[in-house]
Design a protein around this ligand. Structure first.
Ligand code: ADP
Ligand code: MG
Length: 246
C-alpha cells in the first residue's frame, strides 16, 4: 500500500539516504530501527514530504510521486500525498495556544473545512480513544508529556490518514509515561492502523511492530518480520546493534 522506491536524500554534500526501498502493507506496523544518524527521521520525513527526496519515488495507495534531482515538485502534489499521512513527533508539537480538543479539531476545520460541530464531535471521540476525554479543554502546558503525546496522536488521526508516522514517539518520556503512549499505539496497531515508526526503543518496536527495517548509514541493512529480525538477526551489523541494547 505504501512504497518507498530507491529513495535518495542529499543535504549539501552529505548523502543521508543512499537508495532505500521499503514496501509497507496495509494494517501493519513497520519499525525503523538502527543507530542514531542512520537516516530514520529523514526517511519518515520523506514519506510525508517534509523532506523532498533527491531521487526515487513515494507511493501511498494510488498516488505515486517521482523525484528527480533538480526537478521542482508542485505544492499541490506534495499536499495531496501529505494529506494521506499523520505525523507524531518526539516532542509532541501541540499548538500551545489551543486546547487539547482544539488541537485535534484544527486540521478538520482549517484543511478539510468541516463545520465546527462535526469537527468537535470527531475530536471528542478521538480524545476518548486515547484516554484524554477528561482533558479536552486543558491547555497543552498543563498536561504531562504522556498526555500531550496522546493528544498529538489523536490530532494526527483526525483526518483519517492512510498511515500514521511516528518519530521516536516515546523518547522524550519517562518510562511510566512512555508506557501510556505505548498502550495507545498498541491499541491502534491491534485495530489495524497502518504505522511506520522510527524508534531506538527496541522494546516498543518488538512489542508492536510486524516488520522491522534496520537502517544504518542511509542503507537498509536488514528487513523482515519483527520476530525474526529481533530473535535471529542475519547480518553482523544488526546482531551487534541488538546485543548492545539488550
Ligand atoms: P536518525 O533519525 O536515524 O538519527 P536522521 O535522519 O535524523 O537520523 O539523520 C541522518 C543524517 O542526516 C545525520 O547525519 C544528520 O546530521 C543528517 N541530517 C538530517 N537532517 C538534516 C538537515 N536538515 N540538514 C543537514 N543534515 C541533516
Ligand atoms: Mg531520528
Amino acid at each position: 500500500m505504501i512504497g518507498l522506491e530507491n529513495i535518495e536524500k542529499q543535504f549539501g554534500d552529505l548523502m543521508v539516504l543512499k537508495g532505500v526501498s521499503v514496501a509497507i502493507r496495509e494494517g501493519t506496523v513497520t519499525a525503523l530501527v538502527g543507530p542514531s544518524g542512520g537516516g530514520k527521521s529523514t526517511l519518515l520525513r520523506c514519506i510525508n514530504l517534509l523532506e523532498i527526496p533527491t531521487s526515487g519515488a513515494v507511493r501511498i495507495g494510488n498516488d505515486r510521486l517521482e523525484f528527480h534531482p533538480g526537478q521542482k515538485v508542485t505544492t499541490a502534489a506534495i499536499q495531496r500525498l501529505r494529506r494521506q499521512t499523520g505525523m507524531v513527533f518526539q516532542n509532541f508539537q501541540l499548538f500551545p495556544h489551543r486546547t487539547a480538543i482544539e488541537n485535534v479539531m484544527e486540521a478538520l476545520t482549517t484543511v478539510l473545512k468541516w463545520p465546527e460541530a462535526k469537527a468537535r464531535e470527531r475530536a471528542a471521540a478521538l480524545l476518548e480513544k486515547v484516554g484524554m476525554a477528561h482533558k479536552a479543554d486543558a491547555w497543552p502546558a498543563t498536561l504531562s508529556g504522556g498526555q500531550q503525546q496522546r493528544v498529538a496522536i489523536a490530532r494526527a488521526l483526525a483526518p483519517s490518514p492512510k498511515v500514521l508516522l511516528c518519530d521516536e514517539p516515546t523518547s522524550a518520556l519517562d518510562p511510566e509515561l512512555a508506557q501510556e503512549v505505548v498502550d495507545v499505539l498498541s491499541d491502534l496497531a491491534r485495530e489495524g492502523t497502518t504505522m511506520v515508526m522510527a524508534t531506538h526503543d527496541l522494546r516498543l518496536a518488538s512489542s508492536i511492530a510486524n516488520e522491522v527495517v534496520f537502517l544504518d548509514a542511509g542503507l537498509v541493512v536488514e528487513t523482515g518480520p519483527a520476530r525474526e529480525v529481533f530473535d535471529n538477526p542475519q547480518r553482523e551489523r544488526t546482531k551487534r546493534f541488538i546485543t548492545t541494547l539488550t
